[in-house]
Design a protein around this ligand. Structure first.
Ligand code: SF4
Length: 231
């Protein structure tokens, strides 16, 4: 076993799931450690993300995104924040997500994910995945538009940027057949009996919640190569 789960907190079996954000990171190659994802499916890591500054900035990102929707889509029906929890099958496993903002206008679905900090590649996969999951639940007949609402006061005072990922066709295009296949294969492997491969890299291990229990976490080498050796 590369991750020691002996005394780790088990999730209730009804809550065993792949988080939509993790699925998005995996597809975007921003967290590729299948072993870490397998551990997170059924267990809670010791270190949970709890950053007050992030929470504050995220709530401002959500507030500003709601203002944007109300201004640009008069009469839009906005669901209460994080009131819809989506749980669906993905291959033989379960996928779970809580979108920040869900809205419906003229039977079209609008989804916004509020983001504090700089843009990352996986954000578009995450927000569009929420929209595709909600469409399966018949929240609306088609996707109107999906947005990422970025707020980062460190970048610029009062900085807020609403980025559109597009409408129905663009969102379907983000999750190509290849991307879907990749995540279904991962999901099936996670719930199989096989122990999945660890991928210790600087990017994977930096924020991994399993670092203290993992026997092969990435360690930065202090030894530097001399680029001009011999001169
Ligand atoms: S610490 Fe690194 S190798 Fe270990 S589970 Fe996490 S990402 Fe994978």
């Amino acid at each position: 076993m590369t991750i020691n789960l002996t005394d780790a907190k088990k999730k209730h079996h009804l809550y065993n799931c792949i988080a939509a954000a993790n699925a998005a990171k995996y597809v975007a190659d921003e967290y590729t450690c299948a072993l870490g994802l397998q551990a997170s499916y059924s267990h809670k890591p010791d270190r949970v993300f709890d950053n007050e500054e992030w929470h504050l900035n995220h709530s401002i990102a959500v507030e500003k995104s709601i203002e944007y929707l109300k201004t640009n889509f008069p009469g839009i029906l906005i669901f209460d924040n994080e009131s819809v929890k989506i749980k669906q099958r993905i291959g033989k496993a379960t996928l779970f997500g809580i979108p920040d903002i869900i809205a419906v206008n003229n039977n079209k679905l609008y989804v916004v994910d509020g983001k504090s900090g700089r843009a990352k590649g996986y954000h578009r996969y995450q927000a569009s995945l929420y929209a595709l999951m909600l469409l399966k639940q018949n929240v609306a007949s088609e996707i109107g538009e999906v947005f990422l609402g970025y707020y980062d006061p460190k970048l610029k005072l009062n900085n807020f940027n609403m980025v559109s990922l597009g409408g129905h066709n663009e969102i379907q295009g983000i999750w190509s057949g290849e991307a879907k296949k990749k995540i279904v294969n991962l999901a099936n492997a996670i719930v199989s009996d096989q122990e999945l491969e660890a991928r210790p890299t600087a990017t994977n291990c930096q924020w991994c919640g399993w670092k203290n229990r993992c026997s092969v976490p990435y360690e930065e080498s202090e030894e530097l190569l001399d680029v001009f050796a011999g001169f």
